[in-house]
Write a protein that binds this ligand. Structure first.
Ligand code: SF4
Length: 175
């Protein structure tokens, strides 16, 4: 009995503390419920015509053209297809925090892949599909309209042209 009421040696106390501390952490971990995704952005490549100093992904023309493969694109879109929520304005309308967007880098540098991705997303029933671009490809009315019509036909619902307060210091590097 005397043995039982003796205080534990420091090393054992430390061990017990570690174990109970770990148990508390595990309990906390079990209580974390990350929210379900409601929107998604797919980076097709880090390659871009611009080289903006504020770019959060450090995109630039220096990146090699390591575009996502069509197989990977389809696999990811399939996994997202039942999770993405439409814009509150409707499935064929866009909202920044809803739906699916294709981005980069500059998605229009690989227009065929962009069109393919939009077709896949549409076939999978993903709502509110849009693309982010710095619009380097808008060089004349005719080719701009042709590309927009192709994307619209593939199922694109909207387009987001990136404009920011830093544009004046970086516009020289945009295509
Ligand atoms: S245009 Fe956009 S993606 Fe390209 S470098 Fe600038 S911020 Fe990054």
């Amino acid at each position: 009995m005397e043995e039982l009421i003796k205080p534990y040696p420091a090393a054992i106390r430390l061990k017990i503390y570690e174990i109970s501390h770990q148990a508390v952490n595990e309990k906390r971990l079990r209580r974390i419920f990350p929210p379900k995704p409601v929107s998604a952005g797919i980076i097709l490549s880090y390659r871009c015509t611009g080289e903006c100093r504020h770019c959060m992904y450090a995109c630039s023309p220096k990146w090699s053209g390591d575009w996502i493969s069509e197989n990977d694109l389809y696999r990811i879109l399939s996994q997202l297809s039942d999770k993405i929520l439409p814009s509150p304005l409707g499935r064929d309308r866009v909202g920044i925090n809803y739906g699916l967007h294709f981005t980069g880098g500059e998605p229009f540098l690989n227009f065929d892949l962009l069109v393919k991705g939009v077709e896949m997303a549409k076939d999978l029933g993903i709502p509110s599909i849009f693309v982010e671009t710095n619009s380097f490809w808008c060089v004349d009315d005719e080719s701009t309209r042709r590309r927009l019509e192709t994307l619209r036909h593939a199922g694109l619902d909207g387009i987001l042209v990136s404009v920011n307060p830093f544009s004046s210091s970086t516009s020289h590097s945009r295509g």
